[in-house]
Write a protein that binds this ligand. Structure first.
Ligand code: NAD
Length: 277
């Protein structure tokens, strides 16, 4: 059961809305009554999101946007205002996930990968905030929800660029919450664990592959997440239900970051022995 239409009469921008978490979040906002700008660099995927929302009776418009391009981000805000007359929520969600496989050793890895990862995952979020904040302040308030990651909180032997970009998103979220709270702009983030959308499943060898099994075992709930579960948390943070929440990094990670170092191995062994979680 979803709450009643918390976003009726409101306008929302979702970046990275052509697939995965962004698509689910755009659909969630639309189901709850929002008019949604579906922003992404992937035109075909974004068009599909818009079509799906329209078929379900919702309101959505397409905005081809490269979040690293300041002019494009400015246009995203301006054209949303022209279309919907207001912006209540910005969900900064786009990230260059496809670069994670190139995100290797800090020394031998390609510096260009670092620059691109930071540019999409962090600069893109910064640009979204810079362009939308004056509008939110002028209208008397708003809510920004950024997509960070559980990866912001721990180290790995690879994915250092991704983790650093998400840690920067965590920091920026708190700074904006602090600086703009007195103007009624709330800024929060979600930090998902492993969320399996079709693209990711393909990359890691399918839902029953050994890699996904290992990832599952790192979640105390014994499963990976679904994009819709992250969407529900984003909608809460953006809604009046989250009206007294700001500067929060909400972990939506099935306990991925809750446990100590031995949990995953023993959990995996139990699962392989058929003993369940
Ligand atoms: N899936 C997970 O396990 C997981 C875990 C933690 C955090 N996240 C975060 O969730 C968010 C969504 O990820 P997802 O899993 O849905 O992946 P995804 O690849 O399905 O979605 C990312 C979207 O961002 C878009 N994008 C990439 N570069 C862009 C650019 N320059 N400008 C505009 N759009 C661009 C892509 O086209 C894509 O539609 C990301 O911020 C990701 O880091 C995902």
């Amino acid at each position: 059961m979803e709450p009643a239409a918390r976003f009726e009469g409101r306008a929302v921008i979702v970046t990275g809305a052509a697939s995965g978490i962004g698509r689910a979040t755009a659909a969630r906002f639309a189901r709850e009554g929002a008019a949604v700008t579906v922003a992404d660099i992937d035109e075909a995927g974004a068009a599909r999101t818009v079509e799906e929302i329209g078929s379900a009776g919702g309101t959505a418009r397409l905005q081809i946007t490269d979040v690293t391009d300041e002019e494009a981000v400015r246009r995203m805000v301006e054209e949303t205002l022209v279309a919907f007359g207001r912006i209540d929520v910005l969900h900064n969600n786009a990230a260059a996930i496809q670069l994670n496989f190139e995100d290797q050793d800090v020394v031998s890895g390609d510096l260009a990968t670092w620059e691109r990862v930071l540019s999409v995952n962090f600069r893109g979020v910064l640009l979204g905030c810079r362009c939308v904040l004056p509008e939110m302040v002028a209208r008397g308030g708003g809510a920004i929800v950024n997509t960070a990651s559980a990866a912001a909180f721990y180290g790995e032997s690879r994915l250092a660029a991704y983790a650093a970009s998400k840690a920067a998103v965590v920091s920026l979220t708190k700074s904006i919450a602090t600086a703009y709270g007195d103007r009624n702009v709330r800024c929060n983030a979600v930090a998902p664990g492993i969320v399996v959308e079709p693209g990711l499943q393909e990359q890691i060898g399918g839902p029953n592959g050994p890699h996904l099994q290992k990832l599952t075992a790192a979640h105390v709930l014994d499963r990976v997440g679904a994009p819709e579960e992250v969407a529900a948390a984003v909608a809460f943070l953006a809604s009046d239900d989250g009206g007294f929440v700001t500067g929060e990094i909400l972990r939506v990670d099935g306990g991925f970051t809750a446990h100590g170092p031995t949990f995953t191995t023993t959990h995996l062994e139990r699962l392989r022995d058929g003993g369940g979680g």
